[in-house]
Design a protein around this ligand. Structure first.
Ligand SMILES: [Zn+2]
Length: 236
């Protein structure tokens, strides 16, 4: 089985804020962990999954593949690549042959989104690290605009902690769906995404830097991964 490692660098020119616990009513805090600001792996997973959905999701995907009919032929092949047979999976998950649930399972296995990010039937093929950020905070004060008069309501100011960081990195392991994964990376380099909150104020904008990011392809026979620039396999 082929496994790919990625060290992804995102440029974040306006800083970012992944929301922390509500400490006071008038301050939006940034999430902290062990003395660092943090982007949890689950935030990364959501960001990448949304991008892959924009590129590859069918209408059936958003209906959880409930109304989809898929050719069973392909499924043995897909499962074999993951080291299972259909019989083993049906037994493990209590799926009956010709049942709607089995059809749904097959449709999800056939879908690039669930194959990459997992479903209730099988694990994610992508693993993300947490990102710890060693940086300062810009405390910005915002005014709430009165919708009726259009003026600033003096009593309604709120503060927002913005992590003052110009780039962040994430480590990712990918075990399947590499074609769709690379298309997703290309999209994130060309269009970008938003990390955390404050999108309407431009905070958290992030674009993948292909030249500064790296990948390594490994298999069980070779030793240490050899990293190369991501721009070698993705043309921007
Ligand atoms: Zn799907």
């Amino acid at each position: 089985m082929e496994v790919y490692l990625f060290k992804l660098k995102f440029n974040t020119p306006y800083g970012l804020r992944v929301g922390g616990p509500k400490e006071s009513i008038d301050t939006l805090t940034a999430l902290r962990m062990e003395g660092y600001y943090v982007i949890p792996w689950s935030s990364w997973k959501g960001i990448f999954r949304r991008a892959t959905e924009i590129l590859f999701a069918s209408e059936n995907h958003f209906k959880e593949h409930r109304e989809e009919k898929v050719d069973n032929q392909k499924v043995e092949e897909l499962l074999k690549a993951r080291g299972f047979t259909l019989e083993e999976v049906m037994k493990a998950k209590n799926l009956e042959s010709k049942s709607d649930e089995l059809q749904r399972f097959i449709a999800m296995l056939n879908c690039p989104i669930e194959r990459l990010y997992g479903s209730e039937y099988f694990a994610s093929a992508v693993t993300f690290s947490d990102t710890l950020i060693d940086a300062g905070i810009n405390l910005r004060t915002h005014a709430v605009i009165d919708r009726v008069t259009g003026g600033v309501r003096e009593q309604h100011l709120f503060k927002e902690e913005i992590v003052d960081v110009k780039s962040v990195s994430a480590k990712v392991i990918v075990r399947d769906g590499i074609k769709e994964w690379l298309e997703t990376l290309k999209f994130l380099s060309q269009v970008g995404t938003f990390i955390g909150g404050g999108k309407s104020r431009g905070i958290g904008y992030a674009a993948l830097d292909l030249k500064e990011s790296e990948y390594a392809k490994i298999d069980s026979l070779t030793g240490r991964p050899k990293f190369q620039p991501l721009s070698d396999i993705i043309k921007g």
